[in-house]
Ligand binder design. Structure first.
Ligand code: ZN
Length: 236
């Protein structure tokens, strides 16, 4: 399985983010999900083709996306290519502030807005669908000492499945782990992961990311989109 981790990275090469992720956030995510049958490529927006050449995208089975301050800089052409590959069967995982990324909004069709504050509050991440493959081996409650607070209402379509709900010390709640199918592809949105907190080094969060990659994997991604054939009747 080929996983690509895409991180906008711009602006993350500084004190607070470096303290949380000495080897960069995309390296931490890469380390969390790579394994003997999972090969991971980490890329950033500053690279040629904004990190995702046609060649790399077409060999990606599951794409993990982290973006925050530079959503608008991602080219619309690239967004269309990503959406097309999801509809043909690629899995995609959107992390944290990727709720406002162009590919997520393109796949959801809503504003994807939410309430937020940066107060480093404690989050309790509740597993509300313990039988879901993404929750496999994950405790009923994971405590993250410091996270950015995200709050409902979260303007997304009704999820196919809600796997996690986050509670924040300030009183807010949020649908923190939700799944969708779009075309032949699977989509997982996961809220934890503000860049100045070491969330992707938490063992439970790492397990969730590993589970999500396996869940989203489809070994038969089509080369061409689903078409719209005129059909002869099977019975006369
Ligand atoms: Zn954030």
């Amino acid at each position: 399985m080929n996983v690509t981790v895409w991180n906008e990275f711009k602006g993350q090469d500084n004190g607070a983010v470096k303290a949380a992720y000495p080897k960069t956030m995309h390296e931490a995510i890469k380390q969390a999900v790579e394994g003997k049958d999972v090969s991971v490529t980490a890329v950033t927006m500053e690279m040629p083709h904004q990190g995702l050449s046609d060649e790399l995208l077409e060999k990606t089975d599951v794409l993990i996306w982290w973006g925050h301050c530079h959503h608008g800089d991602v080219s619309d052409e690239l967004v269309e290519k990503i959406k097309s590959r999801v509809l043909r069967g690629m899995g995609i995982i959107f992390l944290h502030s990727a709720h406002m990324s162009k590919p997520f909004i393109a796949l959801m069709g809503t504003t994807c807005t939410l309430g937020w504050r940066e107060a480093a509050e404690r989050e309790r991440l509740w597993t509300v669908s313990p039988a879901h493959p993404i929750a496999n081996g994950v405790p009923v409650c994971t405590v993250l000492e410091h996270e950015e607070t995200y709050s409902e209402p979260f303007d997304i379509p009704e999820p196919d499945e809600t796997v996690f709900i986050g509670w924040f010390k300030g009183g807010n709640v949020f649908r923190s782990g939700v799944t969708y199918r779009r075309g032949l592809g699977k989509v997982f949105y996961f809220q934890p992961g503000h860049e100045t907190h070491p969330t992707y080094r938490d063992e439970n969060v790492k397990k969730i990311l590993r589970n999500a990659v396996r869940w989203a994997y489809n070994p038969d991604i089509r080369k061409t989109p689903l078409d719209c054939p005129m059909l002869e009747a099977d019975e006369k």
